[in-house]
Write a protein that binds this ligand. Structure first.
Ligand code: GTP
Ligand code: SPV
Ligand code: MN
Length: 590
């Protein structure tokens, strides 16, 4: 069965063998090994324009940019169809859907059988992280979707350099993807962490299909990180430079569509800029970190691009994102104006001509023109705030870790954990209202520990234990904070201006890291003294001051009872230290 034409091969026999094995099963017309070159990309884009997969946008305003409309039933991650297939069910934990590996493989085999007939099978070698970094890991995605190839080329270091590293390493994560017929009843995203393998069928969208991202860099990597002593997290990484020129790096975990891209690209308020404060971007979604020789945690962004939420992105909310999107971008499920420019809710006051499905836009129908989970794909290098440190093979040292959720009530603007163990509890106890980033109801409060509920490739109880294990002698661990940009008043409006003004909260964190300011001690942690947060130029109502900086003992008693019940769902596997921390806090609140 070597009669299927291929344009190349690898020096790594195990890779050639796997490619042939997959080709035998899926029966493509041809096999194309991707080198990541401009010529290859141009040919792919031309072919996708031909068959309507991509629609060219206005060349004058958005050079070399394209619109993709995904199938209307395929617009977000599908958590109910995402499985972690470990040999032992308890190793996947109550936080994951589980299937026995043999059964899952059998089921996927029947779906992949002949699924690439009449199509090209692309072999996509990629590297997550700088090619020469010891923290980076590689994978190969086999896919029949040229849209996936074009996106992987932006989101990862894809092509010849990645293949060369894979051939040096001799190992890689195997990812097999086919869009199939996009029937939601025949859609599964399967992970085999013990075999470093992913199989995804029936979706062409985002985290379901760009296998380097959530499937590899979080689910498989978190599992691998546990055994190798590092962390794979759903976190942005930003650099913050004060007027004295001192630099700190902060990693922050917020659930999907809860503000990572926005915070990572923050532009400080004018007063801060004038004083010389500067924010730089390392990553907006994923962070891999491990202890360095000095005991600090060092982090890399394994990605090379942004797959960001379009709605809400504007000149006012995120100028850096908007500037990144002026050329060479792929837009998925946005609306378009009559002169063929991409458009989404919150961008500006123009009225689009066509909605995300390609229908004439009817403003009176009361439906958004862009899909709420519409996205842009763009190279990180196009972002004005992108830091050259993002390419540093050693990574950047992390001074603070921030957890945060979308909480309309109860949770104040910011507080600090007492120590590492308490900080792990703060992360484990995270709650957030669901968003359009995954299918299902929006606005439902659920526990989303460390923003990893959909992404942790093993039992959360073991994951919290792994987090706790970093607190060793000689460790120089970052301080841990919790934020909530989404607190609402009784009138239903956000009480905190958010976006650039989040800088004020970051500055308070750095003052705490430097030991420059005190705090209000409460059972939930250290709250800021309001006078220690720079609020110059921010108008806050009395209600806002009280709710953003105060703490509601009775409300937190209920919250801690609910956190206790949540931890109990994991049974005896839950680390005793974490349960102890929860009990101690609950007692202090009583
Ligand atoms: P994923 O890519 O899904 O992981 O999302 P993300 O965490 O990167 O979220 P993103 O920054 O794209 O923000 C999602 C939504 O939250 C957008 O509509 C933003 O406009 C909104 N948002 C971000 N930051 C803030 C903030 O500080 N305050 C308020 N009110 N909204 C915000
Ligand atoms: C998320 O949902 O957290 C995303 C988008 O970043 S996706 O790539 O679809 O996972
Ligand atoms: Mn994300």
């Amino acid at each position: 069965m070597t009669d299927i034409p291929q344009n190349a091969q690898s020096t790594l026999e195990a890779l050639n063998q796997w490619v042939l094995e997959v080709a035998r099963l899926t029966r493509p017309d041809r096999i194309h090994w991707c080198d990541g070159s401009d010529t290859e990309n141009e040919a792919l884009i031309a072919a996708m324009q031909q068959d309507g997969t991509l629609i060219k946008l206005n060349e004058d305003t958005h050079p070399n940019s394209y619109l993709h409309r995904s199938h209307p039933d395929d617009v977000a991650r599908v958590e109910h169809l995402t499985f972690v297939c470990t040999g032992n069910r308890d190793d996947a934990g109550p936080n994951n859907h589980w299937m026995a590996p043999d059964l899952a493989r059998q089921q996927m085999k029947s779906l992949f059988e002949g699924s690439m007939e009449g199509r090209t099978m692309y072999v996509v070698p990629y590297c997550m992280g700088p090619i020469d970094s010891p923290l980076s890991r590689c994978g190969v995605e086999i896919t029949d979707s040229p849209y996936v190839v074009a996106n992987m080329r932006i989101m990862t270091r894809m092509g010849a350099p990645a293949l060369a590293r894979i051939e040096r390493d001799g190992s890689f994560v195997k990812g097999l993807h086919s869009t199939g017929d996009l029937n939601p009843d025949r859609r599964f995203i399967m992970h085999f962490p013990e075999d470093l393998e992913i199989q995804s069928f029936g979706s062409g969208y985002g985290g379901n299909a760009l296998l380097g991202k959530k499937c590899h860099a979080l689910r498989i990597a978190s599992h691998q990180a546990r055994s190798e002593g590092w962390l794979a997290e759903h976190m942005l990484i930003l650099g913050i430079e004060n007027p004295k020129g001192e630099k700190h790096y902060i990693a922050a975990a917020f659930p999907s569509a809860c503000g990572k891209t926005n915070l990572a690209m923050l532009i400080p308020p004018e007063g801060y800029v004038n004083e010389g404060w500067k924010i730089t971007t390392i990553g907006d979604d994923i962070c891999w970190m491990r202890p360095g020789a000095d005991g600090r945690l060092y982090a890399i962004n394994p990605e090379a691009g942004f797959f960001g939420v379009a709605p809400g992105t504007s000149e006012k909310s995120n100028p850096n994102a908007l500037a990144s999107l002026q050329r060479d971008a792929i837009f998925t499920n946005v609306a378009v104006t009559d002169d063929n420019q991409p458009w989404w809710e919150g961008l500006d006051k123009r009225v689009p001509a066509t909605d995300w499905r390609g229908h004439a836009f009817d403003g009176a129908a009361g439906k958004p023109a862009a899909h709420p989970n519409s996205r842009f794909t763009v190279s990180a290098r196009q972002c004005p705030s992108y830091s050259p440190m993002a390419e540093d093979p050693q990574g950047v040292p992390i001074s603070a870790i921030v957890f945060g959720g979308r909480r309309a009530s109860l949770v104040p603007l910011v507080f600090e954990a007492r120590d590492w163990t308490h900080g792990v509890l703060v992360g484990a106890a995270m709650g957030s209202e669901t968003t359009a980033a995954a299918t299902g109801a929006v606005g439902v409060m659920r526990r989303d520990p460390m923003a990893m509920k959909p992404f942790c490739g093993y039992n959360f109880a073991d994951y919290f234990g792994h987090w706790l294990s970093f607190d060793t002698d000689g460790a120089q661990l970052p301080k841990i904070f919790h934020v909530n940009w989404f607190r609402k008043g009784d009138g239903g409006d956000f009480l905190w201006p958010g976006f650039g003004d989040n800088m004020r909260v970051l500055e308070w964190m750095l003052k705490r890291v430097a030991g420059e300011v005190g705090s209000e001690e409460t059972p939930i942690g250290h709250l800021p003294k309001i006078e220690d947060v720079n609020l110059a130029g921010v108008e806050l109502t009395d209600e806002a001051r009280e709710k953003l900086f105060g703490y509601d003992r009775e409300g937190w008693q209920h919250e801690f009872a609910s956190i206790g019940e949540y931890l109990d769902e994991y049974g005896p596997r839950m680390p005793v230290a974490l349960k102890g921390e929860q009990k101690a806090t609950a007692q202090a609140l009583a």
